[in-house]
Design a protein around this ligand. Structure first.
Ligand code: HEM
Length: 511
């Protein structure tokens, strides 16, 4: 049992060499910490021996207390805790802090198994957060140990979505005891939503998104013996993979790629020459699912990191942990058995994944906005300026209203599209959903930018620093453009959405 103290006892420890404070009902002995406290000794001395709850929460997130729990020496006797301490896996009860079903509202889409799954995912993600944020800050890629931990928890597999998961070899388990048959797109929403809680978008892009967009090309189109070798290596995190399509000259215009693959005279291999740009995870990848120009069209090849293939880092506004690379192919020899699908029909392979990639981005964007809104709501309640809480200022409530309503509207559309994905064949999805998914992405990233902007105004200077209370907001502010450009830029998404609708426009309709 933890030790108990009275407030009078705590008050007797109020010097630099003996410094106790109270936060809520917890007593902390900061004597050994005071000299290394990032905020300095002065603020601590002002509350030495006293209740520092409101000062603490005015300048720190609760996660600081969890991280430095070692300084807690006991609690105040006979007092009831006023502030809930987060425990790994907890769902938020801040209004709009979770999507509605997870806050006790009814939903046609989810059931209690989804709640169980979310809690399991959250617990795992919580356990990885500190390490992930270190990689994100240092710009290093995830260590082999880290990616293998992701593999061990089944996160690499879950990240691929239900269609790919059903085709995986036996032995690869999903998190939270969910079976492959249960795992549908609503579980997948949860997977990507929970990853955003790492607040490590670079790392997530470099490891998880890079895999989610590249590995399906192997699952769906590789020869059986290639699959048998590559899938276990990649899904256990022992090897990494990236999708190499875009080039400096083409960007989103895949039809115009210039990287060539020429068949050798004996027909045993291709010789690949060319360059690829903005390849997420490319710096760390062992395999590249690569779009090349062959004899009569585009083909996809699985290319090992081998002689003649080089990668160099591209510095981006998000973290170097994304491993964004410029990849050069200089006479790289690729066995013909590494062809994915049919020669000259690679465009089909490229297109097969676009809708799913956009779906992943929608889940991430929606939850990133939700996370930031939750933090703004909390901050507005605990921050006092000019004698009032921020939430007591109409201008702040108005900003929150705009953020919440934009985010919830987008999320409702995402859930509707998810329901359609669960009930449509790929063929029907391609006809009916390519347009709405594109439009949803167009509006989702507009929303994300607007939320990042409002959140920044609410957090003020803290939203401009990469550590401390505004960290998530600074991250969103710096990286939201990523989702607005990758996976199809906003302009292309908007146009695609309307063009798709025009394709199916009734010829006999009149105003
Ligand atoms: C268990 C007690 C405490 C711990 C473990 C702690 C730890 C930290 C840490 C890690 C930071 C860096 C910023 C961040 O990551 O949030 C920080 C900053 C700071 N802390 Fe503390 N702190 C404690 C108590 C307090 C108290 C009671 C006060 C004030 C009365 C205080 C005042 C500050 C200030 C002024 C900063 C700088 C904030 C800024 O840059 O905006 N700290 N503290």
């Amino acid at each position: 049992m933890s030790k108990t103290f009275t407030r009078e006892e705590v008050a007797r420890h109020a010097s630099e060499s003996d410094l106790w404070i109270v936060i809520d009902t917890d007593v902390y002995d900061l004597t050994d910490f005071a000299d290394i406290h990032p905020g300095g000794l002065f603020p601590l001395m002002q509350v030495a021996g006293k209740d520092a709850t409101s000062d603490f929460y005015g300048m720190h997130k609760q996660e600081v207390l969890i991280k430095f729990n070692r300084y807690k020496i006991g609690t105040i006797a006979n007092e009831k805790r006023q502030i809930h301490m987060y425990e790994a896996g907890d769902l938020s009860n801040v209004p709009f802090g979770e999507s509605s079903y997870f806050m006790g509202y009814r939903s046609p889409y989810y059931n209690e198994r989804h709640v169980q799954f979310r809690k399991a995912m959250r617990k795992i993600v919580d356990s990885l957060k500190e390490q992930a944020q270190e990689y994100e800050a240092s710009g290093e890629g995830a260590s082999d140990e880290f990616t293998q931990t992701l593999g061990k928890h089944g996160l690499l597999a879950a990240n691929l979505g239900p269609d790919a998961v059903r085709l995986l070899p036996p032995g690869i388990e999903l998190p939270g005891g969910i079976t492959r048959d249960e795992f549908d797109y609503f579980y997948e929403i949860i997977v990507h939503e929970e990853f955003t809680r790492l607040v490590a978008p670079g790392l997530c892009t470099g490891v998880l998104s890079a895999l989610a967009i590249s590995l399906p090309t192997v699952i769906l189109y590789a020869k059986p013996h290639i699959k048998a070798k590559v899938l276990p290596e990649v899904l256990t995190g022992k090897k990494r993979m990236a999708l190499a399509i875009t080039e400096p000259y083409t960007g989103s215009d895949v039809a115009n790629i210039k990287t060539t693959a020429k068949l050798s005279a004996d027909g045993s291999h291709y010789i690949v020459n060319g360059v690829k740009k903005w390849i997420s995870g490319g710096r760390f990848a062992d395999y590249f699912s690569t779009a090349v120009r062959t004899d009569k069209g585009i083909s996809m090849l699985l290319i090992d990191r081998s002689e003649g293939l080089e990668t160099k880092a591209i510095k981006t506004s998000y973290s170097q942990a994304a491993g964004t690379a410029y990849v050069t192919f200089d006479n790289v020899k690729v066995p013909v058995e590494n062809l994915l699908g049919v020669e000259n029909e690679g465009f089909k392979v490229v297109l097969s994944n676009f809708n799913h990639e956009r779906f992943i981005m929608l889940c991430g964007a929606s939850m990133s906005a939700r996370n930031v809104i939750r933090e703004c709501f909390l901050w507005a309640h605990q921050r006092k300026v000019f004698g009032k809480r921020l939430i007591d200022q109409p201008v702040i409530r108005n900003k929150l209203a705009r953020m919440i309503s934009q985010m919830e509207a987008q999320h409702a559309w995402l859930e509707n599209l998810t329901f359609q994905m669960n009930h449509m064949s790929h063929k029907e999805q391609a006809i009916k959903l390519a347009g709405p998914l594109a439009l949803c992405k167009f509006q989702m990233t507009r929303m994300l930018q607007s939320v990042a902007d409002d959140a920044c105004q609410i957090l003020g200077g803290r939203a401009l620093t990469q550590t401390g209370m505004g960290r998530s907001i600074e991250t969103l502010q710096r990286t939201n453009k990523f989702s607005a450009i990758l996976g199809g830029s906003e302009e292309i998404m908007a146009d695609l959405g309307v063009r798709q609708a025009m394709k199916y426009f009734p010829r006999d309709a009149r105003l």
